[in-house]
Design a binder for this molecule. Structure first.
Ligand code: HEC
Length: 152
């Protein structure tokens, strides 16, 4: 990095620390009890929305054509509902990476397959759409991980 860039980085750090001080010291009072749980519940709701959105994209765009309805029994792509993963470990990031990069013929686990998977599944996904579709594919073999019980 050049000196100039370091200077900007330094300025950024100073501003960031002022920002956080201001936040925690607004009126000196602590966060209400339970607020973290509330916020977490909010985020889990967001996760559920992502999965729903991913479902729509999966079935509205290219994915369904190769991987089949619900990611099952597709004619040109592997089953996405079993917990067997051939292109990654099958964790969220692995699935995301596969969708982002696609799968070249040289990397097929089954050489008899006919068509390559283009980057983004050839579906022209925006960043947030890519994450939504990855969340949906992940949920097919892991469940939606939605909280149950009061307020859940
Ligand atoms: C043209 C057909 C085609 C389309 C369209 C397509 N795929 Fe694929 N997909 C494949 C093939 C082929 C493979 C790799 C098969 C192999 O390894 O033998 C694959 C692999 C995958 C994998 C990795 C599976 C594993 O077991 O690791 C994921 C995840 C996946 N696709 C998701 C998607 C999503 C999401 C979309 C839509 C955005 C999509 N695909 C669109 C053909 C397609």
């Amino acid at each position: 990095m050049e000196i100039e860039s370091w200077r900007w980085a330094g300025l950024f750090l100073v501003l960031a620390s002022i920002g956080t001080t201001a936040l925690s010291a607004q009126d000196g009072s602590p966060l209400p009890t339970g607020v973290r749980e509330w916020l977490e519940r909010d985020q889990v709701q967001r996760w559920a929305q992502m999965i729903e959105e991913g479902d729509e994209l999966f079935h509205g765009r290219s994915c369904v054509r190769c991987h089949g309805e619900g990611g099952k029994e597709g004619r040109w792509g592997p089953d996405l509902t079993d917990s067997e993963w051939v292109q990654s470990d099958g964790d969220l990031q692995g699935i995301w990476d596969t969708i982002f990069w696609g799968v070249k013929r040289d990397d097929f686990s089954d050489p008899a397959r006919r068509f390559e998977m283009n980057p983004g599944g050839g579906a022209r996904l925006e960043w947030d759409e890519l994450s939504a579709v990855a969340a949906y594919v992940w949920s097919l073999s892991n469940g939606t991980y939605l909280p149950t019980g009061p307020g859940g």
